[in-house]
Ligand binder design. Sequence first.
Ligand code: DC
Length: 335
Amino acid sequence: MRSQGLVVAIDGPSGAGKSTAGRTLAERLGYTYIDTGAMYRALALKAMRAGVSLDSEEALATLCRASQIELTDGGRRVILDGEDVTTGIRSPETSRASSLVSVHPGVRTEMVARQREMGREGHVVLDGRDIGTAVFPDAEVKFFLDATPTERAQRRLGELRAAGSDITLEEVEEDVRERDYTDTHRAESPLVSAWDALELDTTRLSPEEVLERMLAAVRARQGQPLDLGRLAEEHRRSPRRYLEALRSLALSVGLYRLPAGSEDEQRPHGEEEVYLVLEGRGRFRMGDEDVSVVPGHLLTVPPRVEHHFHSIEEDLLLLVFFAPAEGSTEAKTAE
Ligand code: DC
């Protein structure tokens, strides 16, 4: 039994936005952020410096057991045997090497044991490839973040360029492809989504939207009552139309705002939707039907049915239920 709080697991391929999401989520929850990839990176760096072959499981496992790897400053700094290696572990060579050292069961056993120890009391957000499947299969909340390979490569390129690298997009794409292959094809704990993980495609989401959806899921898991009044206030101050409020595997709930004179830009997709009109006035078209809507109206839209709000006279505020959860893989495959 964990005494302090939840274990939040975040898995997914490189460049899916895990570390930004993990760090900000931990900050908002007041949790400790643990970047497990940084641990494999630190070991890879040490192995390369020591001239230890990346194929040698025995030597790498021994090296791992003899290494002190600390994550400090809210997960921002990585200390290897007392040396700050935060920048050194981010090079493309270390990225490639970290993927190679992490295939060895002898290395993983040691890393997983350390990660379990770090998260034993809960109150942690762990980011990696096997957190929800191997490190903490009993994590209270699990996320699987993904994005298209091109988007992930673009993000990595941005990070590397910001760090002063002159690497090309083609080189980053090649690296992402190679690491995706190694990480998903290894025999020991390959990268897969846990069956009970909430899948989030971050391709078209801003970091704020990813964070909001993750917080919505944690809130749902904590059984925190939804304060619609407070959310509506927050929404009024936000420039965005949709604000997710609660999220589970099968459902997402949010507030959707359509200003007077605007048009609903939504296109038919795989989810079933239910709208409850909270405020405003306008019209709603679905198939051949066209009705005027006022507060209190409940509108049910089957999956993939053409529909939209129009002729909006007064700002519409809608409570929306998406099933399966908006942006989930299940919703996508239903398209
Ligand atoms: O998340 P990252 O890119 O910093 O991870 C570097 C490598 O470490 C990644 O290619 C695979 C490996 N890794 C792993 O096998 N298991 C983890 N929990 C985290 C990372």
